[in-house]
Ligand binder design. Structure first.
Ligand code: PGA
Length: 263
């Protein structure tokens, strides 16, 4: 199984990993315009992994723009069967075919609106990895769960269920507290670090020392203004960015969050 040479997954350095999740935004011409501005602007960034997840309709249309660049293409969702009578669904094989290297699984919007359980997330992850797609697996608690002191038990259950029988290779975790998504309410750096440290501890019990090399992204109202303080947390290894990734200039600033990246 070969993965894109541009992505160095699970390296011990845990180099920054910045992913854009466009959700249900942008037509094909809008996606092409974004790429036209964005790709040259980050072409000199060598010390971060950069991923963009457009809607399904734009994947194939923009895939060729990524060839030979330092940016990888991701899908926002996938189905857990290879092919067959599953109207409206898209398989990992089709995503590879369209030019994807990554897929996002278990996003809270899929869990909330489309009733995705940890078991479904688990099936999606396994089939995606089998077919050579690296996975960004999202987990996170709702506000009610946090208020009821259930943050850690929810995260533990999502990890145990979503990652059962899944090897750590080609896996990235995204911690996205549901109350922080699209609300402008970012978790404080301390809240993010506390959750990320807990997640890493859980990953340790699943994967042993391999947990040290797994990237754990933070997601939820990440902006060019707060990226640096979040990334300063020892267990925050990157970000999954929704709203602020919709403009090339905004996502460029997030990718270049450190001084060294201002190329
Ligand atoms: P947001 O979305 O940055 O708009 O809060 C993040 C996400 O849902 O991945």
């Amino acid at each position: 199984m070969t993965f894109s040479a541009k992505i160095v997954l699970n390296n011990w350095m845990r180099r920054p990993f910045l992913a854009a999740n466009w959700k249900m935004n942008k037509t094909i011409p809008e996606a092409l315009d974004f790429m036209h501005a964005f790709l040259p602007s980050v072409a000199g960034v060598r010390d971060a992994d950069i991923v963009i997840a457009p809607p399904f309709t734009s994947l194939f249309a923009i895939a060729e723009r990524f060839v030979g660049t330092n940016v990888s293409l991701a899908a926002q969702n996938v189905f857990y069967e290879e092919k067959g009578a599953f109207t409206g669904e898209v398989s990992p094989l089709m995503l590879k075919d369209a030019g994807c290297d990554f897929v996002i699984t278990g996003h809270s919007e899929r869990r909330q609106y489309f009733h995705e359980s940890d078991e479904i997330v688990n099936r999606k992850i396994k089939l995606s990895l089998k077919h050579g797609l690296a996975v960004i697996c999202c987990i996170g608690e709702t506000l009610a769960e946090r208020d009821n002191g259930k943050t850690f038990s929810v995260l533990a259950a999502q990890i145990a269920g979503g990652l059962a029988g899944v090897a750590p290779q080609n896996l990235v975790i995204a911690y996205e507290p549901v109350w922080a998504i699209g609300t402008g309410k970012t978790a404080t750096a301390a809240q993010a670090q506390e959750a990320h440290a807990f997640i890493r501890k859980e990953l340790h019990s699943l994967y042993g020392d391999d947990a040290e090399s797994l990237r754990i992204l933070y997601g939820g109202s990440v902006t060019p203004e707060n990226i640096e303080s979040l990334m300063a947390c020892p267990d925050v290894d990157g970000a999954l960015v929704g709203g602020a990734s919709l403009t090339a200039a905004g996502f460029e600033k997030i990718v270049k969050f450190t001084r060294g990246n201002t190329l």
